[in-house]
Design a protein around this ligand. Structure first.
Ligand code: AMP
Length: 143
């Protein structure tokens, strides 16, 4: 199964921040949307970086609350690993495991078209296992 299957259920909404956003504004965005990461974009959804709650905890933990006045570009991860709608869900899981992150932006023609989180992947996998178990149950009852 591909990332497209997850996006078709979850939708293509993306929560982004501009390059001039401050960390305090990113915190507000994370809290408002109840999410763990924001993709930093320039122009029309061109990815410049990604910032997650872990980055914010790390910088506030080491520099104190004044770090919230830093621009997002000083703290975000600039080398962003992405996938496409055609990527398999297993590929994305492998990317997350290898890179030790929980968010993967989905791109098309170099533009952000969605974000897959580890929660989305787990939800998808559970639904898949339940579906397979149900099929096995019907197969056994028919036999
Ligand atoms: P997360 O597990 O998503 O909270 O992120 C853990 C760390 O990985 C943070 O430093 C993020 O900025 C970074 N990160 C998150 N997603 C990605 C990604 N797709 N590509 C590269 N780095 C990422």
């Amino acid at each position: 199964m591909t990332v497209a299957a997850i996006l078709s259920e979850k939708g293509h909404d993306t929560i982004t921040a501009g390059k001039d956003a401050l960390l305090s504004e990113v915190c507000q965005t994370l809290a408002t949307h109840k999410i763990g990461a924001v993709v930093v974009c320039k122009g029309d959804k061109i990815i410049e970086g990604i910032i997650s709650e872990r980055d914010i905890v790390r910088v506030v933990g080491t520099q104190g609350p004044s770090a919230l006045d830093l621009p997002v570009t000083k703290v975000m991860t600039k080398e962003v690993i992405t996938c496409s709608s055609e990527s398999s869900v297993d590929e994305v899981m492998a990317q997350m495991t290898k890179g030790r992150f929980r968010h993967v932006p989905v791109v098309k023609d170099n533009k952000l078209v969605g974000v897959i989180s580890i929660g989305d992947v787990v939800k998808f996998k559970i639904a898949q296992v339940e579906h397979e178990a149900e099929q096995m149950r019907s197969y056994i009852t028919m036999a």
